[in-house]
Design a protein around this ligand. Structure first.
Ligand code: GAP
Length: 446
């Protein structure tokens, strides 16, 4: 199998596992689905919640200098004129005059011709139009009248909600520079070529943090945040060799950035951006100050002069991190001649922390196992399974990403100990319920 086929094969297996185990479903599937839109199922919703909690914990709860925010998706339309998104948030686009397909002009080599999927628009004999600029913002109308005065945008990034609340957060929290504001929320982009499952979609979630600093200290904080964000992915258990930095060249820098680095991951379809760390200078606050005439400059008793803070931004995609976690965790092994799938998610973010099984449905084992299940449920997301041979139950939980399986057997009835099996080492240790609670707390606390 060549590299391309191998990559498609892995993505196909992952998409199918996600559907089978309830991680991710095609959106509106019974209507034939909706391109680039996906729904998180029971395990996916739990994984996403765990990831967001983890990020929130690292970025806010563990620190004293970052406050949280949850701003509205719909914002005053002038915000997007001021931020430069109406004029400049464009992708170059071309149409094929033959099959009418639309492509990103800067990604033709990565695109597929819909009529000849083995070829790109450069090799399929396409007749391409001149390059046009396509604005990525979704528009809608606010209120009962649909005209240009009621046009409103779905936010293409969560960051602007933070900038327009800079004064509110600073005044209410009494934070002093340097300090940050963190936010998790939906963003929308009318991408020309969405794809690769949940990698590039038109509706997605961002986990963004804006850190306000003195202009003389921007470079040192930029380095600090690059380091912090790199460590976040290692702490999540992502394979270090599959991560790398990409520095934006002059031609790649967004309209607001002085410097930018992406953390990239090696997906089955190649190295791609996972998160951006940007030095946005005073661009955003200056523009909003000019547009609103509100004083967004900063002063405290440590400085003789007022200044407009510089902003170091860390901008991660939640759905893209979920895809990274799933790809990185996917593993296959042959056990006793049978191909088995393992989802080796870190216990800290795994949707189900442990499964409880009675070895057999007799001799008091189900009753004991149910009691253990209800005890553990007070602390963790756990699952109870009594159906099928114990080997099959292990296999189902391995594929669902559950790190520990607890089995109640004959010895349990005598001494109250149960086996705790580790998904990755397959080692089994005997513990009583109180020890299991301590053990799981240690392994799963974020
Ligand atoms: N506020 C800065 C900003 O939005 P960006 O590099 O355009 O920067 C940040 O986006 C992150 O958001 C990306 O690194 C990616 O993880 C995620 N992202 C962007 N567009 C996306 C899309 N269409 N689908 C899924 N995630 C996306």
């Amino acid at each position: 199998m060549n590299a391309k086929a191998k990559s498609n094969d892995l993505m196909d297996k992952l998409v199918s596992l996600c559907k089978r185990r309830g991680y991710v479903f095609p959106s509106s599937e019974i209507y034939g689905g909706l391109t680039s839109c996906w729904d998180y199922g029971p395990l996916g919703a739990e994984l996403k919640r765990n990831l967001k909690n983890y990020w929130w914990n690292v970025m806010t709860n563990r620190r004293d200098d970052i406050e949280g925010l949850d701003a509205a998706i719909l914002m005053h339309p002038q915000v997007w004129h001021t931020s430069g998104h109406v004029a400049e948030f464009n992708d170059p686009m071309v149409d094929c005059k033959i099959c009418k397909a639309r492509f990103r002009a800067d990604k033709l080599e990565e695109s597929r011709c819909p009529k000849k999927p083995s070829k790109t628009p450069l090799t399929c004999g396409a007749e391409l139009t001149e390059v046009k600029q396509f604005n990525l913002m979704f528009k809608t109308f606010m209120g009962p009248v649909e005209d240009t005065s009621s046009t409103i945008y779905l936010r293409p990034e969560t960051a602007q909600g933070i900038y327009v609340n800079f004064l509110n957060v600073k005044n209410s929290s009494r934070q002093k520079i340097p300090f940050g504001i963190a936010q998790i929320g939906k963003a929308f982009r009318n991408e020309i070529t969405p794809g690769n499952f949940i990698f590039r979609t038109r509706e997605f979630e961002q986990m963004e943090m804006q850190y306000f600093v003195h202009p003389d200290e921007d470079e040192q904080w930029f380095e600090y945040w690059r380091q912090q964000r790199w460590e976040f992915y290692l702490e999540l258990g992502i394979t270090q060799e599959k991560l790398r930095w990409h520095e934006h060249g002059e031609d790649e820098l967004a309209h607001y950035a002085k410097a930018a680095y992406d953390i990239e991951y090696e997906f089955p379809f190649g190295w791609q951006e996972l998160e951006g760390v940007h030095n946005r200078t005073d661009f955003d606050l200056s523009r909003h100050m000019e547009a609103t005439k509100k004083d967004l400059s900063y002063r405290d008793d440590r400085y003789t002069e007022k200044f407009i803070p510089y902003i170091i931004e860390t901008s991660a995609g939640c759905d893209r991190t979920i895809l990274t976690l799933l790809v990185d965790a996917y593993d296959e092994m042959e056990i006793k001649g049978e191909k088995r799938v393992f989802l080796r998610l870190s216990p800290k973010i795994a949707p189900i922390k442990a499964a409880v099984f009675p070895l057999v449905k007799k001799d008091g084992m189900p009753e004991f196992a149910e009691k253990v299940y209800h005890e553990l449920k007070k602390h963790f997301k756990v699952f109870y399974d009594v159906s099928g041979a114990v080997g099959r139950r292990y296999a189902r939980m391995d594929e669902a990403g559950c790190p520990y399986c607890i089995t109640v057997d004959g010895q349990t009835i005598e001494d109250e100990t149960m086996t705790v099996r580790d998904r990755d080492t397959m080692e089994q240790k005997r513990m009583k319920v109180a020890e299991i609670i301590d053990f799981l707390k240690k392994k799963t606390t974020i």
